[in-house]
Design a protein around this ligand. Structure first.
Ligand code: ADP
Length: 502
């Protein structure tokens, strides 16, 4: 049985994994880089070890150093979180070789699903629908043009080793094919050291819908339903919800079965996600599999009532799944938003810096997975995500209202955040009505621009100015009552706020 877990990650996901370990009575080991000495995951863990300078290539990606810490600390398992080494088959192999349990899938599953062309071939063999396109890398441009014209424009040129939207090009016109292929290739070469690209039909008005799966080491695989991730900016998810507003029970069952078949095709064990692209007629096509825990996993945990990290640990321990497909159900509605240290009103520029003040939202149905605290400096070296805010309610409309309420209460100063932008998304009619696809952000720019003359900061200034006016007015009316008493009275302040809403 696993007794001590090394978490080879940082930030909110490291803390999130450690929380489940603590509930299971498992000891935790943190690793940290130079700039993470004061990070929450270091404080939260039972033990913490320094592994190197800030750049992740010299710390969080150093398999040798991480393995050394595993040995030194006596950890019997390593949880990789997401990102960093989580989808690195060589790391999974190294763990196997060193006799340390890798809390994740086999190197074979990571390798097969990590290469999009191999994954497409494997899915076709397993009878899982894939986006129409090629199953071999483009060799010469002439043949590529011929194939594209057969498939029909528009198409996507995609990197086989792709991830994070890199090495991907949309081609609408014949004359753009050559440029798109060569720029996708060179981007893929720089990002992944592999320039293999292939062709996929472009699905218009696409929805990104993914299925969570769990498989054990005894051949059992179940799915935990879908997550709708179509609110994307530059192919990156911004808001996720479950259930999907466009899903029908019939398609859900079919897609769930396809997801299980996809996982079984690679003898999958652990937690994984099968991503599908879905058109307006609910035709669905396999996009890729993420062989790790996803950022957006909490919405599934909440609606299905399963702690995915605990399941990952049990599976890694060799235990069989504790539930059958028919025992899993969705209950209510959950939405997650990602809070970034970035300036949405200045082209989403990262905004690293010291958090001066943070008031986290609380209350019924609110979960906040974060790691920042007052005085903490968000380093510039890593993903600038500060936290994830997740809400749950019985209905979608109630969940949206709850999320608005939670975002209203969420205050961070010292760095700019995406909070005002996320609030605007929740007011867009297409989102409120659940009629949106991956073009949502580009199609709704008019709703997403900063509200004229009233950013968060200016709201604060307006509120303070109005409050001072109010005190002055009261003082004029009640000259014998000093203003400071009014200011200290929470009831007055509460009433004041309701008058002062902008
Ligand atoms: P990556 O692994 O780089 O994130 P994905 O294959 O997961 O790339 O695609 C990311 C996003 O790009 C999808 O969620 C979708 O919005 C868009 N996309 C990818 N392939 C297609 C396609 N064939 N047609 C339309 N949109 C696509």
């Amino acid at each position: 049985m696993i007794k001590k877990v090394l978490v080879a990650n940082r930030g909110e996901i490291a803390v999130r994994v450690m929380r489940s370990c603590r509930e299971l009575g498992i000891k935790t080991v943190a690793v940290y880089s130079d700039v993470d000495r004061k990070s929450m995951h270091v404080r939260y863990a039972d033990e913490a070890y320094f592994i190197g300078p800030a750049p992740s290539s010299e710390s969080y990606l150093r398999m040798d150093k991480i393995m050394e810490v595993a040995k030194l600390s006596g950890a019997d398992a390593i949880h990789p979180g997401y990102g960093f080494l989580s989808e690195n088959a060589n790391f999974s192999r190294l763990c196997e070789k060193e006799g340390v349990i890798f809390i994740g899938p086999s190197p074979y599953a990571i390798d097969t699903m990590g290469d999009k062309i191999t994954a497409r071939k494997t899915m076709i063999a397993a009878g899982v629908p894939v986006v129409p396109g090629t199953t071999e890398p483009i060799k010469d441009l002439k043949t590529a043009v011929k194939i594209i014209m057969e498939i029909g424009l528009p198409v996507m040129i995609k990197a086989s080793a792709g991830g994070g939207g890199k090495g991907m090009r949309l081609v609408k016109r014949e004359e753009d094919i050559v440029n798109a292929v060569s720029s996708a290739r060179s981007e893929a070469k720089t990002a992944f050291g592999d320039d293999a690209v292939y062709i996929e039909k472009y699905i218009s008005s696409p929805h990104h819908i993914e299925f969570q799966v769990l498989g054990d080491k005894h051949g059992n695989v179940v799915h935990l339903f879908e997550r709708e991730c179509s609110v994307q900016r530059r192919h990156q998810k911004v808001v996720e919800e479950t259930p999907s507003p466009i899903m029908t029970q019939e398609i859900r069952m079919k897609m769930g079965e396809a997801a299980v078949a996809a996982a079984k095709a690679v003898d999958y064990y652990g937690a994984g996600t099968i991503e599908f692209i879905v058109d307006d007629n609910l035709n669905y096509y396999f996009l890729e599999m993420n062989t790790r825990l996803q950022v957006e996993h909490p919405i599934t945990e909440r609606v299905v009532g399963v702690d995915l990290v605990k399941q990952q640990i049990n599976i890694a321990d060799g235990l069989p799944l504790i539930f059958k497909q028919e025992e899993l159900h969705q209950h209510g509605h959950a939405i997650e938003v990602r809070i970034y240290a970035e300036d949405p009103d200045n082209n989403f520029m990262p905004s690293p810096g010291i958090i001066k003040h943070i008031t986290e939202p609380l209350g019924l149905g609110v979960r906040h997975d974060g790691y920042a605290y007052e005085g903490y400096e968000i380093p510039m070296y890593y993903d600038p995500m500060i936290s994830k805010l997740i809400v749950w309610a019985e209905t979608r409309q109630e969940a949206i209202s709850r999320l608005k309420r939670a975002l209203y209460a969420y205050k961070i100063t010292g760095v700019k955040t995406s909070i005002p932008y996320l609030s605007r998304i929740l007011d867009v009619p297409a989102f409120v009505e659940g009629r949106y696809n991956t073009h949502f952000i580009e199609e709704n720019q008019q709703y997403l621009l900063p509200r004229q003359g009233c950013t968060d900061r200016c709201m604060d200034v307006a509120a303070i100015t109005a409050f001072v006016d109010y005190i002055n007015k009261l003082e004029r009316l009640q000259p014998d009552k000093p203003a400071k008493h009014l200011g200290n009275n929470w009831k007055d302040l509460g009433r004041k706020r309701s008058v002062l809403r902008y």
